[in-house]
Each structure stands twice: as structure tokens, then as C-alpha cells.
Design a protein around this ligand. Structure first.
Ligand code: SF4
Length: 408
């Protein structure tokens, strides 16, 4: 029987936990680098670049990669011919977790289920760790560790399908879970899928699937083929959000376009017919008007600006967006603002102003004034399509644009 000292386990596990908090694994780093090289969207590219810069800083300075340093989750294979001396294996792993989280200045996230108080003073700092033990042949102990963040944990799901639902049922369930998760688990997302056994076995193996090397192929040819089918459909999903009913009538999601480092951001209401057909914001007649406003009054290029809408899919017959649609979609806009960090946002028309601020002041009264949105200056003005219908209002729009120009 091989003996392993309790304190050696504490030392090794502690080092692993601290290293994991500050270093992205090589396979994840390579996958993000590859995604950065292949990405076509400027905004998505800039997000991937930020993740890579953040990973480098964290590794260089030994600082946590994220403020959410996760719940400690372990998968432990214990050989039948090994004995831990000086204490139990479970106690050693918990002690190592506590030491690593305290000494590494990592956040303790473990809370009591109902009143949500943090358990650090009574159970231990970020304890208890979640440990899955498995007894195997041999004289080794193999420990895998994941710092499982709340954003991805909260959107995890398990289900029991009827046998007749087959592979299609599995595929549809995975798509539904990912679609409902939306951008809540911080992208890029690694999806673990566990199939079969019982309810708890499927859930556990879905978590263990996350340990597989990113980009690696499933050794089972049938599952490998199935994974590729699911991945292809998931990748289509990211361009095809279904969080509200507008997904049923739109042609394209119109996410936004322009300079991801823009000082100035325009936010309109929703895509119209031309935008829906082309998948780009502000094309057609109102787009021409907006471009003229940018080029002839602000003396900027359209490509210098970032342009988006409150909602990303066209409402049928260009009706006003409904509150539920805005609620479902607004998170995308808030993320765009967070990423671009413009100095000034110009809201175009009453809907954009109303839903950014939850303020129903008519645009005729709100326009041309300065507002604050999380430290960003916001100046509302008329929507270009309103100006096309009411040319007499162009003079007021001109005054607003000159006001905006003063802050550029
Ligand atoms: S409007 Fe927004 S939330 Fe609704 S389907 Fe389109 S992208 Fe998704």
C-alpha cells in the first residue's frame, strides 16, 4: 500500500487552486486566440482581445482572472492501493481550498441556500468544496479542479427525456438551454453535455465534460459526429437569439456596427424593413439621413461612430417595441455600451430615450439636453425617419448636433 502524506496533498492542491485562479489553461487560451483570429465582428474581436489582455495581465501579476473566483469543484480518483496518512483526503482538499482562497485573496462565494449569508465564518472560507470521489485501481490519487463561477452555474439545467425523443430531443434541449442562457454566462462559453445513466449521473458527467481539452475530438466516432451537429446549430443560435417573439418574424438580427472604440454612439429604436433585410442598422432613407448628419454636421466618418438600436429585431409593420421585447433585449445594448464605453451617447427618437432612461418625457421636450447614463453623457435628438416626415424639425436637430459637437 502506497502512503501519501496529508500535508503533501494540502500543498499540491493549494498550489493548483492558486494557479488556476490566475492562469487560463493553455487549451482555453489557444481556443480564444483562434477565435480572435477568425472573428469578423469588430465588437466581438475587441471583446476577445480584452479577454486575452486580461489573461496576460493576470498571469504576469499573479492576480485573479475574474472577481468571481468560483465555488471549488473537484473530481478525485482515489487508487485502491493508496493510503493518506496524517488526516483524511477530504479534509486535506478542504484545508487546501481554504488556504488558497484566503492567501490568494480570492472571493469566498459559498453561501447558505435560503438567507444567502456567506458561510466563511462558520463552515470555512469558500467551504465546503464540492468533491466527487471515484475509487479506481492503482496507487495514485488524481485530482481535477474547477473554479466554477456563478454565471454559468445558474444557467445549468438537467432534464429527463422520453426514449422516443432520441437524439433530436437531446439536441433541442441543449439548444433551448443555451438560448435561454443568452449572454448571462460570461462568453466565450464552454458547453458540457452529459447523456444517460440516471438524472444525477448525467448532471455530474456534464460538469466533468468541461475538463476535456478545448477543441479536442470525442474519441467515439458516433458521439463525435453528434457533437459537431450540436456545435453547428449552437453557433447559428448566437446569431439567432430567440429571447422574444420578434425572432419569429425577423429576417436578420441587427446587432449594430461601427468602431468598437468609438467616442460617439448613436442608439435608435429598432430595425426597419431595409435594416431587417440587410442585417445592418440605419440603412435605407433614414440611414442616408443619419450618415449626412454625421458627415456634414459633425464632420466625422460614419465608420468612426458606433450605431445600435434599443432592440435588435424588427417589430412587424414597424410598430413600437413592446415592454417585454425591450426587457428581453436591453441586456445586449447595455453590454455594447459597457464594451464600447463611448464618451457620448445620442439617443434617436422618443423610444430610444424612453427605454434607456425609463422616462416618458416627449422627445420634443427631452431633446437637446444633457443627461447622465452611468457616467456617460447622453444627448437625445430626433430620429432621422421623424425628420424625413417632419422636415421643419431639421433646424432643431441641427441645434442638437452642434451641441453634441461641443463635447467631442
Ligand atoms: S429583439 Fe432582441 S431579445 Fe428579441 S429575439 Fe431579437 S435579439 Fe433576441
Amino acid at each position: 500500500m502506497r502512503e501519501i502524506k496529508y500535508e503533501d496533498i494540502v500543498k499540491s492542491v493549494k498550489a493548483m487552486v492558486m494557479h488556476t485562479a490566475t492562469h487560463l489553461p493553455e487549451d482555453a487560451l489557444n481556443a480564444i486566440k483562434k477565435a480572435y483570429e477568425e472573428e469578423e465582428s469588430e465588437v466581438a474581436k475587441s471583446v476577445l482581445k480584452q479577454i486575452l489582455d486580461n489573461a496576460k495581465l493576470a498571469a504576469d501579476e499573479d492576480r485573479p482572472l475574474c472577481q468571481d473566483t468560483g465555488l471549488a469543484v473537484y473530481f478525485v480518483k482515489v487508487g485502491e492501493d493508496v493510503k493518506v496518512v496524517g488526516g483524511s483526503l477530504k479534509k486535506a482538499i478542504n484545508e487546501a481550498t481554504e488556504q488558497a482562497y484566503k492567501e490568494g485573496y480570492l472571493r469566498a462565494s459559498t453561501c447558505e441556500c435560503f438567507d444567502r449569508h456567506n458561510l466563511k465564518d462558520e463552515v470555512g472560507y469558500n467551504l465546503p468544496a464540492v468533491i466527487h470521489f471515484d475509487i479506481v485501481e492503482g496507487d495514485k490519487i488524481d485530482i481535477e479542479y474547477a473554479a466554477k463561477g456563478g454565471g454559468s452555474e445558474n444557467v445549468s439545467r438537467a432534464t429527463v427525456l422520453a426514449p422516443a425523443q432520441g437524439k433530436e430531443g437531446i439536441k433541442n434541449f441543449v439548444k433551448e438551454v443555451i438560448s435561454n442562457a443568452g449572454p448571462n454566462p460570461c462568453p466565450p462559453i464552454i458547453v458540457g453535455v452529459g447523456i444517460g445513466g440516471t438524472f444525477e449521473v448525467a448532471a455530474k458527467s456534464s460538469k466533468h465534460a468541461l475538463f476535456r481539452e478545448a477543441g479536442s475530438e470525442n474519441p467515439d466516432p458516433v458521439l463525435n459526429e453528434f457533437e459537431k451537429e450540436i456545435l453547428e446549430e449552437l453557433n447559428k443560435l448566437t446569431k439567432n437569439c430567440h429571447l422574444c417573439n420578434l425572432s419569429k418574424t425577423r429576417t436578420n438580427v441587427v446587432f449594430g456596427e461601427g468602431n468598437p472604440n468609438a467616442t460617439l454612439m448613436f442608439v435608435g429604436e429598432a430595425p426597419g424593413r431595409d435594416e431587417d433585410l440587410q442585417g445592418r442598422p440605419f440603412v435605407g432613407r433614414s440611414g442616408e439621413m443619419l450618415t449626412k448628419m454625421i458627415e456634414n454636421v459633425l464632420f466625422l466618418k460614419r465608420s468612426d461612430i458606433y450605431i445600435a438600436n434599443i432592440i435588435k429585431c424588427r417589430p412587424p409593420q414597424n410598430r413600437d417595441p413592446e415592454v417585454e421585447e425591450v426587457d428581453a433585449c436591453k441586456g445586449y445594448l447595455l453590454e455594447q455600451i459597457e464594451i464600447i464605453k463611448p464618451k457620448i451617447i445620442v439617443t434617436l427618437g422618443r423610444i430610444a430615450f424612453r427605454y434607456l432612461f425609463n422616462d416618458t418625457t416627449p422627445i420634443t421636450k427631452a431633446r437637446g439636453k444633457m443627461y447622465d447614463f452611468n457616467g456617460i453623457k447622453v444627448i437625445p435628438t430626433y430620429h432621422p425617419s421623424y425628420l424625413l416626415r417632419n422636415p421643419s424639425k431639421k433646424k432643431e436637430a441641427m441645434v442638437d448636433l452642434k451641441f453634441i459637437k461641443e463635447f467631442l
